[in-house]
Design a protein around this ligand. Structure first.
Ligand SMILES: Nc1ncnc2c1ncn2[C@@H]1O[C@H](COP(=O)(O)OP(=O)(O)OP(=O)(O)O)[C@@H](O)[C@H]1O
Ligand SMILES: [Mg+2]
Length: 354
């Protein structure tokens, strides 16, 4: 069988999940594959065989997991690249063993994507029947007692968002065409993600907001934490892409993270120089992709070691999103900070020419 480019969390970490389930003797909420404690261990790792997926405050994950064991749904909020989607996938995998019951919110998301649609050929041939219904991922999650995921909730039109109100408060999905309903089975709940930056696009109605507990995922607190996240994820991604081996390059990763953090915070790490921030978000997720791209460059076109020139182009691309204002911000940073810094000469040259 050909291999998936990106296996789902429950496939990729099937071994860890099975191992946790085998030793998990704490009570499991109805419909859950693991106890809440074991779910948190799965997310944060145990320092041994269970690898950390999320790096950040344990308390946030405890609040997220505890919420899902109640009748309230979970809203993961944060700026781009703070692992909202990632955490949502792993939570669904650990709790339900299935992270694929997913609705992607866009401006064009229709009500059928949240409720159900019809197989029109069947509908015309046989009239309305449960067989002619095309269940949405949310409907399937209700029927099977699983976690449904709604990505980018605030991008969906408000009326579509609000179809979740009945589902979340009554735990039922009326099907008026058949004079019936689908009642959610125990274990059903919803994890939604939304982007801080998009707030106001289609602000959640207060009725819907009340059905959610909100957990805000922060940007990594310290540079060390961010380096750790990037190094871990790059190693995982490189392995799954089967990139040729390149020695781990913590120095280069630290440099990418330093540039991103300084520009994001508008201040150099020593606190001495104020900087202008570019228009983009410079998220951890972008740092991960800059380093992964650098790895591919180093492996295929470089000398097999991650060098400043392998990351310089990626960094400039991430920083300069707007060719006029960001280019000025970048040039100023390059000339006033990068140029003067010990050990950064090769990077300065590569970035200047990128
Ligand atoms: N604290 C963290 N712990 C572990 N991984 C992280 C962390 N922060 C970011 N990442 C990594 O960043 C990548 C992007 O995360 P993800 O796509 O979940 O972000 P997001 O918050 O959904 O962003 P967006 O708002 O753009 O959808 C993932 O590979 C994830 O592993
Ligand atoms: Mg996301």
């Amino acid at each position: 069988m050909s291999e998936a480019i990106r296996p789902h969390a429950e496939q990729q970490f099937a071994g860890e999940l099975a191992e946790l389930a085998a030793v998990d003797d704490r009570p499991r909420p109805p419909g859950w594959r693991l106890s809440p404690q074991a779910v948190v261990t799965y997310l944060l790792g145990d320092g041994g065989k269970i690898t950390p997926k999320y790096v950040g405050p344990r308390r946030l994950m405890e609040v997220a997991v505890a919420t899902l064991a109640t009748d309230r749904a979970l809203l993961l909020l944060g700026v781009p690249g703070t692992a909202k989607t990632w955490v949502s996938e792993h939570l669904a995998a650990a709790i339900s063993g299935d992270s694929t019951l997913l609705v992607q919110g866009t401006a064009g998301t229709a009500e059928e994507a949240v409720r159900y649609g019809w197989n029109y050929a069947r509908l015309l041939a046989e009239g309305p029947s449960s067989k002619a219904i095309v269940a949405s991922p949310v409907m399937r999650a209700m029927e099977t007692g699983a976690i449904a995921r709604v990505e980018e909730l605030t991008r969906m039109p408000s009326d579509v968002q609000d179809t979740l109100i009945t589902i979340l408060s009554e735990k039922t999905l009326p099907v008026p065409e058949l004079g019936g309903e689908v009642q959610a089975v125990k274990g059903f709940n919803v994890i939604a993600t939304a982007n801080d930056r998009d707030r106001g696009v289609n602000e959640l109605s207060s009725a819907l907001r009340r059905r959610f507990n909100t957990v805000v995922l922060p940007v990594p607190a310290t540079a060390e934490e961010e380096v750790d996240i990037v190094a871990r994820r790059v190693a995982q991604l490189g392995r799954s892409l089967e990139l040729p081996d390149v020695p781990p390059a913590l120095d280069e990763i630290r440099r990418v993270v330093t540039v991103f953090r300084e520009l994001r915070n508008g201040l150099t790490e020593d606190g001495r120089t104020k900087l202008k921030s570019p228009t983009g978000t410079l998220s951890t997720a972008e740092a991960i992709s800059v380093v992964t791209n650098g790895w591919a460059l180093a492996a295929h076109f470089g000398d097999g070691t991650l060098r400043p020139r392998d990351v310089a182009g990626g960094i400039v691309g991430a920083v300069v999103k707007d060719p006029t204002t960001d280019a000025v911000v970048w040039r100023e940073y390059l000339e006033t900070v990068v140029r003067e810094r010990d050990g950064w000469t090769a990077f300065y040259r590569a970035a200047r020419d990128a």
